[in-house]
Design a binder for this molecule. Structure first.
Ligand code: FMN
Length: 286
């Protein structure tokens, strides 16, 4: 059980809930918020909109940049009782490769996740929306990394399976999916976009059915492990993603409601597995 990148701030959680949250850590490995080479302020507020069954976020990847991350966050994340996966994003293949080389050179880091939901400034294409862009990015960073590489797929691709196959063939050790779906909300009075970044990413129960289908389609074609996420909030949902072919589950939006959701969902999943019973239809376990 992992956290979805950017949905659980382990350093802030420790400040808010004390060492108890570390001692009974909700996840089996921790995925950092995506870091970029340079510091980023993120998008102007408002950054969140609640939908009937989820969230639209337009956070815009605020982060301290590589140097700030290595100096101030990495030592604290290394104190967590679980392996650390660092999520990185670059705006060109070379930038991504140098991030991977710097982060991958640190003993505290167990694996690296490539967040490819961003434009390549050289081509204007979203790296993860295009199979050949993804292949070239993964091939480039593969040379820099001895550590396992996870490629985080975007659901906003025309053919996510083709992108997943390209990532695998270029040397990815695992894929994770789904990232958020592009969405928008309007201000009820002005009709202008509500979010400071105009559009955002939809997550939570609203996207679960879409995520489940994409996980099933990708897992059917790949030999490498699939990390499934998108609206998982109960053990039943996690069981569905595993039945669809995921080997690992990640929990994102649900952690905002219940910071211990990862642990709870893992326990519910274990209960279902131990009971060995025919799972009840999801609609009866909402
Ligand atoms: C507030 C917020 C911030 C996020 N930040 C990141 C991020 O920095 N990097 C990333 O790869 N995904 C990010 N995500 C996407 C999640 O990791 C996850 O892929 C997505 O939310 C679907 O899972 P969920 O429905 O369980 O939240 C973010 C999602 C949310 C809601």
């Amino acid at each position: 059980m992992l956290n979805g990148s950017g949905t659980f701030d382990a350093i802030a959680a420790r400040r808010a809930f004390g060492d108890a949250i570390v001692e009974r850590f909700p996840f089996d490995a921790f995925v950092s918020k995506t870091i970029t080479a340079e510091p980023r302020e993120g998008n102007p507020p408002p950054r969140l909109w609640e939908t009937p069954a989820g969230l639209i976020n337009s956070i815009g990847l605020p982060n301290k940049g590589l140097h700030g991350f290595l100096e101030s966050d990495l030592p604290r994340l290394a104190e967590l009782p679980v392996p650390l996966i660092v999520s990185v994003m670059g705006f060109s293949r070379d930038e991504l490769a140098s991030l991977v080389a710097s982060v991958g050179g640190r003993d505290e880091v167990a694996m690296i996740e490539l967040n490819v939901s961003c434009p390549n400034v050289e081509t204007g294409l979203i790296m993860g929306a295009d199979p050949s862009e993804t292949a070239r990015a993964v091939e480039r960073v593969r040379r820099e990394a001895d550590k396992p590489l996870i490629v985080k797929l975007t659901p906003n691709a025309t053919d996510p399976v083709a992108v997943a196959v390209a990532a695998q063939d270029a040397g990815a050790d695992a894929v994770s999916l789904v990232n958020t779906l592009k969405g928008m909300a309007l201000h009820p009075h002005t009709g202008e976009p509500w979010l400071g970044g105009r559009t955002g990413g939809v997550s939570g129960p609203a996207i679960r059915a879409i995520a489940l289908e994409q996980v099933a389609s990708v897992a059917a074609r790949l030999e490498i492990p699939v990390i499934g996420m998108g609206g998982v909030s109960t053990g039943r949902h996690a069981a569905d993603f595993m039945a669809a072919g995921a080997s690992v589950i990640a929990v994102g939006t649900e952690s905002f409601r219940d910071p211990a959701a990862g642990r709870r969902i893992a326990a519910e999943l274990a209960g279902l597995t131990l009971a060995g019973s025919e799972p009840a239809p999801a609609s009866t376990v909402v």
